[in-house]
Design a protein. Structure first.
Length: 404
């Protein structure tokens, strides 16, 4: 008789945006726990298995009311009943604001809460005059509730961990854990080599077209590069509110470029396979928001592509400067242009950095190895919770409310 695996509830308010493939991939890699997705509602994005996904709001008027009630009171009886039927061992929430939202649910279910911080949820703290979601502002006002209520806080990089500790998170609860990627899925095409690569090539960007991603700096850098290499195209995959503005900038400054919009994970992988260089120069915003780590840099390096970026946030942990790519000072688009130009013309350097990047990803960021480490964290947290029996500090419903 097969003993069923313990259930880990994977919680996100919104299940799941197209950019959140890392959450789905991590859950799919679990071997000692069975993942069950839970959240406020489904969004247009990644497919999830219907039989292991449950949301509060299914799109009906009653569903919208249940979502509002859960947001304001932390209570969702039917939702909790369905999750309790799975006999879960723990609840793993992704993003700080989502963790705060899920805390009453974890208490209701009598299970420990693990929260992963990915980047802007840990760095965007200067939000007085910034446009940030209400849920994040509420989280910032109630961070101490999460400090005491969560059993474990996971930081996706040392950079994110340092930010959390500086904000007052208890050091004994904050654990560094790199998520990892599927290195078999993201692997170089064996049919391609430096000798067979077309002389034109292209520089690839993948990401949301927002201020933090620094695409305007990349366009300026590519305008400089194309003065000497007019056939080196810039290909941009992704969408966002700055797309029209960025396309206008590219139209006025670049000789060769394409904006292809949001693409499926399979299409992104295909474009990475054919790219000559991967470039994604993220920057720090006035709100404090920075790149926490950047899974896309790991994916590109796994496919043996050298990276050109800025030395911002946690990117220095994802890319080893001078070994797997080049990191220019933040906002220095001229230095970024020089790095792209060097990689474009030096086949040997590009190939050497590509090999080093692939080797480093295999060693540090393979998803099977990393998920095995995550399951050790799960096991430790669940055992500690069973041993001590209760959450460390009770939290009243009033403490979770927005301050008057």
């Amino acid at each position: 008789m097969t003993v069923p695996l313990p259930t880990a509830i994977i919680y996100c308010d919104h299940l799941l945006y197209p950019s959140e493939t890392f959450i789905r991939a991590q859950a799919a890699s679990l071997k000692r726990y069975s993942p069950f997705f839970a959240g406020l509602r489904r969004v247009k994005g990644l497919e999830l298995p219907e039989d292991t996904t449950c949301v509060i709001n299914t799109g009906t008027s009653a569903g919208k009311f249940r979502e509002l009630a859960f947001k304001t009171t932390g209570i969702a009886p039917g939702f909790a009943r369905k999750l309790r039927a799975r006999n879960p061992s723990l609840l793993h929430a992704h993003f700080g604001a989502d963790g705060l939202r899920a805390l009453p649910l974890a208490r209701n279910l009598g299970i420990p809460l693990v929260v992963t911080f990915h980047g802007s949820d840990a760095t965007a703290t200067e939000v007085k005059n910034a446009k940030v979601p209400f849920g994040h502002r509420r989280y910032l006002a109630r961070r101490p509730v999460l400090w005491t209520g969560a059993s474990r806080i996971i930081a996706v990089s040392e950079f994110v961990r340092s930010k959390l500790l500086a904000q007052g998170f208890p050091e004994e609860k904050v654990t560094l854990h790199y998520i990892g990627i599927d290195t078999r899925l993201f692997s170089p095409d064996p049919r391609q080599s430096e000798a067979s690569e077309p002389p034109e090539g292209f520089v690839l960007f993948v990401g949301r077209l927002t201020e933090r991603k620094g695409v305007d700096f990349l366009i300026r850098a590519m305008a400089e590069v194309q003065k000497d290499s007019p056939d080196l195209e810039l290909v941009i995959l992704g969408d966002g509110h700055l797309r029209v503005e960025l396309e206008a900038l590219a139209q006025s400054t670049l000789r060769k470029f394409r904006f292809l919009g949001a693409q499926s994970p399979e299409a992104v992988r295909d474009w990475m396979s054919r790219a000559r260089i991967f470039a994604a120069p993220s920057i720090r915003k006035e709100s404090g928001e920075e790149e926490g780590f950047g899974m896309v840099y790991i994916e590109a390096q796994a496919m043996q592509k050298p990276v050109a970026s800025f030395r911002s946030g946690g990117i220095g942990e994802a890319v080893e400067d001078g070994v797997t790519g080049f990191l220019a000072p933040e906002r220095d688009w001229r230095a970024l242009a020089a790095h792209i130009a060097l990689l474009a013309r030096d086949n040997d350097l590009r190939y050497k950095m590509g090999l080093a990047g692939r080797e480093r990803v295999l060693r540090l960021f393979d998803i099977e190895k990393q998920t095995a480490q995550l399951e050790e964290i799960y096991f430790e947290v669940a055992n500690e919770f069973q041993l001590y029996g209760k959450h460390p500090t009770p939290v009243s419903r009033r403490a979770l409310e927005w301050p008057k």
